[in-house]
Write a protein that binds this ligand. Sequence first.
Ligand SMILES: Cc1cc2nc3c(=O)[nH]c(=O)nc-3n(C[C@H](O)[C@H](O)[C@H](O)COP(=O)(O)OP(=O)(O)OC[C@H]3O[C@@H](n4cnc5c(N)ncnc54)[C@H](O)[C@@H]3O)c2cc1C
Length: 481
Amino acid sequence: MTEQNPTIMLFREDLRIQDNIALTCAVERGSKILCLFVDDEKSLFARGSAQKWWLHHSLKALERELQNKMDCPLNIKSGSTQEILHSVIAACQADRVFWSRRYAPHQTATDKELKASLEKIGVKVVSCKGRLLAEPWETLNDGNPYRVFTPFWKRMKAHVPIDQPLPAPKSAHGMKLPTSLSIEDLRLLHSNSELCASFHANWQPGEAGACQRLQQFFVNGASNYSKGRDFPSLSSVTRLSPHIQMGDISPRQILFEATRQFELGRIDNKNYTKFYSEIAWREFSYSLLYHFPSVTDEEFRPAFKHFPWQDNRAGQLAWESGQTGYPIVDAGMRELRQTGYMHNRIRMVTASFLTKHLLIDWRVGMKHFWDLLLDADIASNTLSWQWVTGCGADAAPYFRIFNPILQARKFDPDGDYIRRWVPELSQLPTSHLADPWLAPTDILEDAGVRLGETYPYPIVDHAFARVRAMDAYRGLKTTPS
Ligand SMILES: Cc1cc2nc3c(=O)[nH]c(=O)nc-3n(C[C@H](O)[C@H](O)[C@H](O)COP(=O)(O)OP(=O)(O)OC[C@H]3O[C@@H](n4cnc5c(N)ncnc54)[C@H](O)[C@@H]3O)c2cc1C
C-alpha cells in the first residue's frame, strides 16, 4: 500500500481539539498531519492588544492539548499564510488542507484567493463549519437574508439541529517542521505587566478554561440568567465571549450542554430560551456581516451616513478614561481598561453615552472597544455598536437614549458595581452614587469626594444632551439618503 501524502490542519479562530470538525476530518483521513497556526494579521482588522494576550495563552493551551491528548505538535509560523502554505507544501508534499470557515469580508476574500492558489497546484482545500451553529446561507427567508432578529431566531430554532459535539480525536501522526517558531516568537504579550497580571487573575484562556467556565455557569448563573444578566455585579452571565471569539469552545458545545441541562430540569424554559436567544444574536450578527459586508464601516441604515457626528476630542478622552462624571459610564470604561471585558448592559450604556450624549461617531467607540476587549469580535462588535446607535439592522430606535442615572439606579441598585470600579466614590451613600453632583456638600465631604478634584463633574448635562441628540436625529430624517 502506498503512503498517502500528508494533510495540513490550518488553525485560525478555532483553537480547540474537541468539536473541531476540520481537525477531526483531517485526522480521519489517516495520513500524517501537520497542525499549523500562522500569525498573519492584515492591518485593517489586526487584533487589539488585549486579544493578542488571549491568543498567546490560547495557543499555549492548544499546543498542550495537542501534545498531551493527541501526541501531535503544533507548528507556528508568521507572515503571509499563502506564501507559508505554499512553501510548507513544497517541503512536505501535503496534498490536502483543512480549515474552519470564516465570515468577515476580508477573511472570505483571503480564503477564496488562498483556495484558488492551492487548487492550482493540485492541493485540495476542505473548509468546515466550526464557528457558527448555522452557516449564513442556511438561515434564509425565501432565499434572502433576515434583517430582523426574531424571525431569524424562530427559523434557527426550528431548523438548526443542535447535534452532539465531536470528541477530541484520539491520536494523530503529527509532523513537526524544523523551521517552526515558538509561540513566544510571535511576541503577542502586552508590554503592560500590570494589565497582564489583571488578565491572569480574571481569565484562563484555552479549552479547559472554557469548559470550566461553562460548567460554573450552570452551577451559579443559569438559573437566574434571564433576569440576572442585566445586573453587572451579579455572576449571572457566562463570560465565555473571549473563549468563543478565539474558538476555545464552539457554540454547539455550549448550546448542546445548555439543552442537556434544560432537559435534565436544571434550568427552566425561561432561562434556557433567553440564553439560546443571546447565542442566536451572535449568529444574527454573523449573518448580517456575511450578507451585508459593508457594515464593517458603513451604517446598515443609509440615512445615518448624513448624521452630524461631532469632533469632540476632550469628550472622547473623558469617555475612554472613565472620567465623564457619570459613575455608571465611568465604571464600565474602567472595567474594560482593567479586565478586557465589559458587562453587556454597561456596553449598551457606555455606547449610548458616546453616540448620543456626546454625538461622537460610533466607529470611534467601536475601534476603542476593538483594541481593549478580549472578546473583540468583528460581527458582534460592529453590529452591536450599530444597534445601540440606531443605525443597524433591527436596531434600538435612535430616540432610545439610555439615561445613565436611571440605568445605574435600576441595574446597580446597591451600587456594588460602581463602588468596585470607581473607588473614589465608594464611601458615598447608595442614594447618591448614580448622580454625585446632586449630593449635599456635607455628604460629599463625609465621603471624601471633592467634585472637580477627586471625581469630575458631568462633562455634559443629561437633559441638554438628550434634546441635542433628538434634534440631530430629527434633522437626519429630513435629509435625503
Ligand atoms: C457596544 C457593544 C459592543 C459589543 N462587542 C462585542 C464583541 O466585540 N464581542 C462579543 O462577543 N460580544 C460583543 N457584544 C455583545 C455582548 O455584550 C457580549 O457578547 C457579552 O457581554 C459577553 O459576555 P458573556 O459571554 O458573559 O455573555 P452571556 O450573556 O453569557 O452570553 C453568552 C454568549 O452569547 C453571545 N452574546 C450574548 N449577548 C450578545 C449580544 N448582545 N450580541 C451578540 N452576541 C451575544 C456571546 O457570544 C456570549 O459569550 C457587544 C455589545 C455591545 C452593546
